[in-house]
Write a protein that binds this ligand. Structure first.
Ligand SMILES: [Zn+2]
Length: 157
């Protein structure tokens, strides 16, 4: 199979700088330098079809731009286990994520924005979805929302 010469071609952030041996499927591989300085080996097909346009930093940049939107919170909630318990609380919202430093359910720290997020899901909707500068404010907001939407939790039998 003849290899198309992509040397010195630019694909997105990637500049092809060297031909690499083909991979085990016989796909032409190229060593590329990314704008950010990283080097990656990409197959010619991925470059030519625009599938790979950076070392991965492009996607990271896009994520960071969304920092201040609620996308972060929704992104952190995996859709696969979003089932509701008897209270209508999404289990997913009760689960402590690895990023949760507060130790409080529904309150988590977001490193990208440096903010504390309080959230509460009720009947598959976020009834609380706010960012705060301090953990205390976020916890307070979460507790207030719990009282409002799930009063029976706090009621004694
Ligand atoms: Zn890069």
């Amino acid at each position: 199979m003849r290899k198309k010469n992509l040397l010195n071609h630019k694909f997105g952030r990637l500049l092809v700088i060297k031909a690499e041996p083909s991979d085990k499927n016989g796909n032409a591989c190229w060593l590329c330098r990314c704008n950010c300085g990283n080097h990656v080996i990409v197959t010619g097909a991925r470059l030519q079809h625009g599938i790979t346009k950076s070392c991965g930093c492009l996607r990271r940049d896009v994520m960071q731009k969304r920092t201040h939107s609620n996308a972060i919170l929704i992104k952190n909630s995996s859709k696969t286990d979003s089932f509701l318990n008897d209270d209508g609380v999404c289990y997913n919202s009760l689960k402590r994520s690895s990023r949760n430093k507060s130790g409080h359910i529904g309150v988590s720290y977001d490193q990208d924005s440096g903010k504390w997020f309080a959230r509460l899901m009720f009947r598959n909707h976020y009834v609380l979805l706010k960012s705060f500068d301090t953990m205390d404010e976020a916890i307070q907001a979460r507790m207030d929302a719990e009282k409002r939407f799930f009063p029976k939790k706090t009621r004694s039998h």
